[in-house]
Design a protein around this ligand. Structure first.
Ligand SMILES: NC(=O)c1ccc[n+]([C@@H]2O[C@H](COP(=O)([O-])OP(=O)(O)OC[C@H]3O[C@@H](n4cnc5c(N)ncnc54)[C@H](OP(=O)(O)O)[C@@H]3O)[C@@H](O)[C@H]2O)c1
Length: 187
């Protein structure tokens, strides 16, 4: 059964990017080892992200200039980008621009995953929109030993006691990988 999973790295005080949408603070931290991203990706049938994240992916790896890199990074996995704008798409990349209510796209996203999981890359507010309609099953966070004075929030929502069940904690170098199962349907 398809699960909808938010998997991201975060500062220890709950930011996934700094005020300039930079991840330099994250890459500056030596991880030593890391959760097995290849294994995680094998279970992923669809990627979902907001436009700031998508534009960061495009620019940080110069994907418009080197569109063949898209398949190297993401294979044939469809990527749904939530935006209100027309955004560039690397040639040959299966990128689907959508906007408005998450609920209006949920069936299509789950169907496209074809029984595998949906990876919510971020940002946090978009993940919150999935949570708001009871469409978030799991949160997986790699917590970096770094704090930021501000930036893009990890998950700007208020949960109730018992909504999140701790399912896994592992140490990877200086990072803590922590997983929560989302228990309730808050809608
Ligand atoms: N640490 C990590 O591992 C990690 C992981 C993911 C992301 N990041 C970083 O974190 C930052 C996240 O940026 P962000 O907080 O701005 O979030 P984001 O979700 O990447 O982008 C937010 C934008 O997406 C569009 N959007 C979101 N929901 C929408 C909806 N329902 N309908 C239409 N458009 C919608 C809106 O822009 P428009 O309508 O103007 O397009 C909105 O301003 C980025 O810098 C990213 O690179 C870090």
């Amino acid at each position: 059964m398809t699960r909808i999973v938010y998997n991201t790295a975060s500062s220890l005080n709950g930011y996934i990017a700094d005020d300039d949408n930079s991840l330099d603070w994250l890459f500056a931290v030596e991880s030593g080892e890391a959760p097995d991203h290849g294994t995680f990706m094998r279970d992923i049938g669809v990627i979902v992200e907001g436009s700031t994240t998508y534009e960061w992916v495009l620019s940080s790896t110069k994907l418009m200039e080197n569109p063949e890199k898209w398949t190297t990074f993401f294979g044939e996995t469809p990527t749904y980008v939530f935006t209100s704008r027309e955004l560039p798409i690397p040639e040959g990349a299966d990128v689907r621009l959508v906007g408005g209510e998450v609920l209006d796209h949920l069936d299509e996203i789950v169907t496209a995953a074809a029984g595998r999981d949906v990876w919510l890359v971020g940002g946090g507010e978009l993940v919150g929109q999935f949570y708001d309609i009871g469409a978030l099953d799991e949160i997986q966070i790699s917590v970096a030993p770094a704090a930021l004075a501000g930036g893009a929030p990890l998950f700007p929502r208020t949960t109730e006691p018992g909504d999140l069940e701790l399912t896994e904690v592992k140490r990877f170098g200086d990072f803590v990988h922590v997983c929560y199962s989302v228990q309730s349907d808050p809608s």
